[in-house]
Design a protein around this ligand. Structure first.
Ligand SMILES: Nc1ncnc2c1ncn2[C@@H]1O[C@H](COP(=O)(O)OP(=O)(O)O)[C@@H](O)[C@H]1O
Ligand SMILES: Nc1ccn([C@@H]2O[C@H](COP(=O)(O)O)[C@@H](O)[C@H]2O)c(=O)n1
Length: 211
């Protein structure tokens, strides 16, 4: 039985904090329930008109780099139980790919991304706000390993980007939004107790809405 209104959970925190890991763990724990995950990264602006040199200079940790209007429109569609055609982001080429993913509505929508709580229009849609809080050094190490293996980056490019934009923007735009969180989850995916409590809260809301 579907619940009356889908539940929207926002999982934010710095790059490499474990947002994706936590979100995937929640989805695994909620097996059998109707759950979908939306990455905010899919809504980075299209830059196909720009040269590769220009794309490399973009500040991807500033709120203006994201098309939050499209994200909010599509979230409202999912909340109204309408399917969406979600954009797909290509990190190697720093732009949207030509593909789109059809996402069907679900009872639980997990939205994860670095800049979820900066804009009140987006924040106000979230039923549960989670901030994954992981030390800067761990986040940097994890990002370095991941970006080289999965996002086509070099050691130099990861280090330069981190010092020029990722770190200063984190302290300017991301970390201050911790105060909006309902739940602060230290250590991300390793925090089984915290994730278990989040799972219990989601199940509680689901069961109340099904009754
Ligand atoms: N607790 C952890 N211990 C070790 N590695 C982790 C842990 N959590 C996440 N990672 C790894 O760190 C990288 C970044 O994690 P991810 O969940 O993608 O972070 P985010 O979505 O916040 O950028 C991934 O390669 C992931 O496998
Ligand atoms: N072309 C791009 C677009 C984004 N990024 C970085 O992605 C980070 C957010 O994703 P996480 O999975 O790490 O949360 C963000 O910090 C951007 O710097 C990029 O490097 N290139």
């Amino acid at each position: 039985m579907a619940i009356s209104r889908p539940m929207l959970i926002g999982v934010t925190g710095g790059s490499g904090s474990g947002k994706t890991t936590v979100s995937q763990d929640i989805i695994k724990r909620l097996e059998g329930e109707s759950v979908v995950m939306i990455p905010q990264d899919a809504y980075y602006r299209d830059q196909s008109e720009k040269s590769m040199t220009e794309r490399r200079k973009t500040n991807y940790d500033h709120p203006d780099s994201l098309d939050n209007d499209l994200l909010i429109t599509q979230l409202k569609q999912l909340l109204n139980r309408e399917a969406i055609d979600q954009p797909v982001y290509d990190y190697t080429n720093h732009t949207r790919s030509s593909e789109k993913i059809r996402v069907e509505p679900a009872d639980v929508i997990i939205l994860e991304g670095v800049l979820l709580f900066t804009e009140s229009n987006l924040r106000d849609l979230l039923d549960i706000k989670v901030y994954v809080d992981t030390d800067d050094d761990l986040r940097f190490i994890r990002r370095m390993q991941r970006d080289i293996v999965e996002r086509g980056r070099t050691v130099d490019s990861v280090v330069n980007q981190y010092l020029e934009t990722v770190k200063p923007m984190y302290h300017q735009f991301v970390e201050p939004t911790k105060r909006y969180a309902d739940i602060i989850l230290p250590e991300g995916g390793a925090n089984v107790v915290g994730i278990g409590m989040l799972e219990a809260q989601i199940r509680d809301i689901l069961n109340k809405n099904k009754a």
